[in-house]
Design a protein around this ligand. Structure first.
Ligand SMILES: [Zn+2]
Length: 319
């Protein structure tokens, strides 16, 4: 046999042998021919594919939704801000002018005006320099408005006043004028001169004798009645003095207790002999610091208490 033939035979035998091996090789011996490593490497590759999910980077495109910035256009609805124009109703603030009724008018429709505390008639004395309401809850000492606080001596009809009788229109009109420190010889430590008038003069609504009621400025007790004076001590220790009431028509006696607003007597011109003008001379006496820290029981300027209680009377706050 030639070598070629030998080789061919060997090949044939080998093939046959392999075939036989494939047929009879025991299953439980897959050993080398089943090199498991093969499938393994291939698998891991596939998982890499999930890398593709990286594509979700594309979702970044949702950035585009930012375009919805256009919705900002709704800002346009802000234009309704124009309704701000209704602010023009601010003009209704003008009705604030009706607030001017704060300038109280009396029942005759006159606006109540008053000169500053301490502003006396020229050459009638030197007024106090402070404007204090010493009795903030005082009741105005006349039953009804109108009333006119001003000077008797330096007003028309007064012995130091201009021509014209006490019933002159100038005496029965506003503005009010303080006369607490008007020149007199009475000791009045609250006045710059140390002396003064001690009270405020007030004319009633009309120049008519004994028809206008003076009333209790506070609740208290009637402590004395003189020839032309009535004194009321309040429950708080403030003494009120009423001068020139009609002696024949007093509503009170010494020892009587009265309530704020009770009638005391009629405004007249009693002066223990020679008549004065028709008016109420009204005083407030109380313990007060007269300067230097000393507390003294003395007359205090009643002007601001009168102004403020009169305002309450004519605006209806006090009745
Ligand atoms: Zn007087």
């Amino acid at each position: 046999m030639s070598r070629t033939v030998e080789k061919s035979l060997a090949a044939i035998i080998a093939v046959a042998g392999f075939a036989a091996g494939a047929l009879y090789w025991p299953e439980d011996n897959p050993a080398p021919s089943d090199p498991a490593p093969l499938p393994a490497p291939e698998d891991p590759v596939e998982p890499e594919e999930p890398a593709e999910p990286e594509a979700p980077a594309e979702p970044e495109a949702p950035a585009e939704p930012e375009e919805p910035t256009e919705p900002e256009a709704p800002a346009e609805p802000e234009e309704p801000a124009e309704p701000e124009e209704p602010e023009e109703p601010a003009e209704p603030e003008e009705p604030a002018e009706p607030a001017e009724p704060a300038e109280p008018t009396d029942h005759a429709g006159d606006v109540f005006t008053w000169l500053p505390a301490g502003d006396l008639v020229e050459d009638s004395g030197t007024g106090q320099t402070v404007a204090v309401n010493y009795v903030p809850d005082m009741r105005f000492p006349m039953e009804i408005a109108r009333a006119f606080a001003n000077s008797q001596v330096y007003g028309a009809g007064g012995y130091m006043g201009p021509a014209g009788g006490q019933c002159a229109d100038s005496n029965y009109s506003y503005a009010w004028r303080d006369n607490f420190c008007e020149t007199r010889g009475y000791g009045t430590p609250m006045c710059p001169a140390g002396t003064g008038h001690q009270g405020q003069d007030i004319r009633p609504a009309t120049c008519t004798d004994a028809v206008h009621w003076a009333v209790a400025a506070d609740s208290g007790t009637i402590t004395s009645i003189g020839s032309y004076s009535v004194r009321l001590m309040s429950d708080d220790g403030v003494r009120y003095t009423y001068l020139h009431l009609d002696k024949s028509a007093l509503e009170v006696e010494v020892g009587d207790t009265v309530s704020k607003g009770d009638r005391i007597g009629l405004v007249s011109n009693e002066f223990g002999g020679t008549a004065t003008t028709i008016h109420l001379h009204f005083e407030i006496r109380m313990a007060v610091d007269t300067g230097g820290g000393a507390i003294e029981n003395t007359h205090v300027p009643p002007y601001m208490a009168l102004v403020e209680s009169y305002q309450r009377l004519i605006d209806g706050t006090d009745s």
